[in-house]
Design a protein around this ligand. Structure first.
Ligand code: PLP
Length: 397
């Protein structure tokens, strides 16, 4: 692998401090490096490969689509996009979909839709957005502007603005940011990159009521926490509220780059019109065939039920570990998006895990994140725990 890594470091732009491993192939919940070593994957490409690697149905669906047509243009209709849009609207309860190529582009579209809605309502531009501290929404200029980590934003300013930052689960801090120019509140139903912080029930309900009262749009970013990950198709279902705009990506395409933003009928009717937004690749037949294959597999393989069962077991195991070690502050999360917060950085644990054939990742310096494929089994959770317990006793006993 060393030779491949040296070449990569010579030619790829250094925007990541990568782990010293080169993946060659995957199968189910396992990855293999170019030296043939097998690893249990508890990262799934950060929530992307939710249905595991080399799923025969998924791969066959893509191959069949490649043999028909890969790309058209959004000036024409294509069958897989129509089917995918129908599937997504019926699952989400929202009415209109715009397909993108990534999560960050879905956020860009959501922000544009919110601004356009307020522009048409008030007959003037200049509307503000409220976002959360610790949030992560992407790396393009609009999504970065609403990302709650100052060090990510500062070198690239001026970004779109004004954006006012409040604290997740602190309604008063959100309320204090509202003014006559506010057009949207954007938040992750479960904050992912920022350290696995689920929105509290009362908080999200109050935000929804505030948005209704002031005609502010609620944008929920479920790019990481959506698509079955929390035990329902979308995490907001567990809060008994609806967003006005929803962003999705990651697991949506099961590994093929595709994202989407979805709008309520009311917002769709009163925001973007032809000429306001577009994309060359977004919603092409290959990407949306992937979405359709993912949706088929969710139904056929009872993915949501499986997540609920395995998540309960994962939480039980992580709680037990947290009870055994003082260095672990707490476990947080929903479904198969879990975090263990440590009193110190978790980088050494991740490094040791990789050496022992387990792929883990952090969410902030001190939080170990568990975001396995949604098809993970109880036996594989045991396998992960055995390695993690071994590392914990090496480092902390
Ligand atoms: N929003 C959330 C909640 C995310 O977790 C991410 C990526 O991690 C993004 C947006 C950006 O998605 P992408 O990397 O596909 O642009």
């Amino acid at each position: 692998m060393t030779e491949h890594i040296e070449k990569a470091e010579k030619h790829l732009l250094h925007t990541y401090n990568r782990y010293p491993v080169v993946w060659e192939k995957g199968s189910g919940c396992y990855l293999y490096d170019t030296d043939g070593k097998k690893y249990l994957d508890f990262v799934s490409g950060i929530g992307v490969f939710a249905l595991g690697y080399q799923n025969a149905y998924f791969n066959d669906a893509l191959k069949a689509q490649i043999d028909k047509i890969i790309h058209t243009s959004n000036y024409y209709y294509n069958l897989p996009a129509v089917r995918a849009a129908e599937g997504l609207t019926s699952l989400s309860g929202l009415e209109r979909v715009f397909f993108t190529n990534s999560g960050t582009e879905a956020v860009e579209g959501a922000l544009k839709a919110a601004r356009k809605y307020a522009y048409r309502r008030d007959g003037r531009p200049g509307h503000e957005i409220i976002a959360m501290n610790r949030s992560f929404h992407g790396r393009t200029m609009g999504a970065l502007a609403v990302t709650g980590t100052e060090s990510y934003r500062t070198p690239f300013e001026p970004l779109i603005g004004p954006v006012n930052f409040a604290d997740m689960n602190d309604f008063d801090s959100v309320y204090a940011c509202v003014n006559g120019n506010t057009c949207a509140i954007i938040l992750e139903t479960v904050q992912g990159e920022g350290g696995i912080y689920p929105a509290e029930q009362a908080f999200l309900k109050k935000i929804r009521a505030l948005c209704d009262e002031k005609d502010i749009l609620l944008i929920l970013d479920e790019i990481q926490c959506g698509f079955g990950r929390t035990g329902t198709m979308f995490a907001y279902e567990q809060y008994d509220i609806m967003p006005d705009i929803l962003t999705c990506a990651k697991a949506l395409g099961g590994g093929v780059p595709v994202g989407a933003f979805l709008l309520s009928g009311h917002v769709a009717e009163k925001s973007l019109v032809p000429g306001d937004h577009g994309t060359t690749y977004g919603g092409n037949p290959l990407a949306t065939a992937a979405v359709n294959a993912v949706l088929d597999l969710f139904a056929e393989e009872n993915i949501i039920d499986r997540v609920n069962q395995s998540a309960l077991y994962l939480m039980e195991c992580l709680d037990r570990l947290a009870g055994e070690y003082d260095v672990i502050v707490s476990r947080r999360g929903m479904g198969l998006l879990q975090g263990l917060e440590y009193r110190e950085p978790v980088a050494d644990i991740i490094k040791k895990a990789l050496e022992k054939g387990l792929v883990l990742i952090n969410a902030g310096a001190n939080v170990l994140r568990f975001i396995p494929p949604l098809i993970i089994t109880k036996e594989q959770i045991d396998e992960m725990m055995a390695i993690l317990e071994n590392i914990m006793s090496e480092l902390y006993s």
